[in-house]
Design a protein around this ligand. Structure first.
Ligand SMILES: CC(C)(COP(=O)(O)OP(=O)(O)OC[C@H]1O[C@@H](n2cnc3c(N)ncnc32)[C@H](O)[C@@H]1OP(=O)(O)O)[C@@H](O)C(=O)NCCC(=O)NCCS
Length: 230
C-alpha cells in the first residue's frame, strides 16, 4: 500500500541527502543502481562530481547538442555546469540526478527526479538525456525501468510523471514506449532574459497561440513489464 505523503517526502529527503553526500568512489560504486544484467548502472550525482571537470565538460556538450529538447536554453560552460550541479541539483533537497554509466566506467547519459515533495506524492522524471552511443541496447529505456523500480521500492510514490515538449516526437515516443500515458497539454510562452531563454506555462489571461507546449506523461508503476510497449 502507498505510504502517506509526509512519509514519502521524508524518505525522499533522507535518501537523496544520503546519496548526494557520497565523497569516495568505492561508496559511489556500491550505491549505484545496476541494470538487471549488470551491463550498466545509475550512479548518483554527488559531491565527488563537482570537481570532475572532464565529466562536467562532457555533460555540458550533451546538453549543448540537445538544447532544443529542453524548456531552458542558455550558453554552456564548464563553470555553468558546475554551478548547476552544486548550487541547483545538490542543493535542492527534492531533486536528484543520476549518471547512466556503461560498465566499467563510461558515462553515456543522465536522468533524474524533481519535485520529490509533490503534494499528491508523485515524482517527476526530469533531465532525461542520452549523450553517447553505447554497445548496450536501449540503455535509456532500461535506465528508466531500473530507476523507476528503485524509486518504487524506496519511496512507494503515488505515481510518476514527466513533461515533454510537444514538438519532441522522439521524446514522447520514448515515454509511450515506457507505458506512460499521454495526459493534458500545457501551453508555454517563451521568455528571454539576456542569453537565457525559458519556456514557461502561459498566464491564464494569455490566449495568444503558444510558443510550444508541454505534454504531460504519467505512469502509476514501473514494476509490471506488461505495461511497456515492445
Ligand atoms: C529521450 C532519449 C533520452 C531517449 O533515449 P534513446 O537512446 O532514444 O532510448 P533508448 O535507450 O531506449 O534507445 C533506443 C534506440 O533506438 C534508437 N532510436 C530511438 N528513437 C529513434 C528514432 N526516432 N530514430 C532513430 N533511432 C531511434 C536510439 O538511437 C537507440 O538506438 P541505439 O541504442 O542503437 O543507440 C533520447 O532520445 C534523448 O536524449 N533525446 C534528447 C533529449 C530529450 O529529448 N530528452 C527528453 C526530454 S523529456
Amino acid at each position: 500500500m502507498a505510504r502517506n505523503i509526509a512519509e514519502i517526502h521524508a524518505r525522499v529527503r533522507r535518501e537523496f541527502d544520503r546519496l548526494k553526500a557520497i565523497s569516495d568512489p568505492d561508496t559511489l560504486a556500491r550505491e549505484s543502481i545496476a541494470f538487471a544484467d549488470g551491463t550498466a548502472a545509475l550512479a548518483p550525482v554527488c559531491q565527488l562530481h563537482v570537481a570532475d571537470d572532464d565529466l562536467l565538460d562532457q555533460m555540458g556538450r550533451w546538453r549543448q547538442n540537445n538544447m532544443q529538447y529542453f524548456a531552458t536554453r542558455f550558453p554552456i560552460t564548464v563553470e555553468g555546469t558546475r554551478m548547476w550541479v552544486r548550487d541547483y541539483v545538490l542543493a535542492t533537497p527534492d531533486r536528484m540526478l543520476f549518471l547512466v554509466i556503461e560498465r566499467p566506467n563510461r558515462p553515456i547519459g543522465y536522468m533524474g527526479f524533481a519535485r520529490g515533495f509533490h503534494k499528491a506524492g508523485a515524482m517527476e522524471q526530469v533531465n532525461n538525456l542520452r549523450g553517447e552511443k553505447s554497445s548496450i541496447s536501449r540503455p535509456m529505456f532500461r535506465a528508466h525501468v531500473a530507476i523507476g523500480r528503485w524509486a518504487e521500492r524506496m519511496f512507494r510514490p503515488r505515481g510518476f510523471f514527466a513533461h515533454v515538449l510537444g514538438d519532441n516526437e522522439r521524446g514522447i515516443e520514448f515515454h509511450l514506449g515506457l507505458g506512460m500515458n499521454r495526459g493534458r497539454t500545457i501551453p508555454l510562452r517563451k521568455k528571454q532574459n539576456g542569453d537565457f531563454i525559458a519556456l514557461v506555462p502561459c498566464d491564464p489571461n494569455d490566449t495568444a497561440p503558444p510558443d510550444n507546449t508541454f505534454v504531460r506523461m504519467t505512469k502509476f508503476s514501473f514494476s509490471n513489464p506488461a505495461t511497456y510497449a515492445s
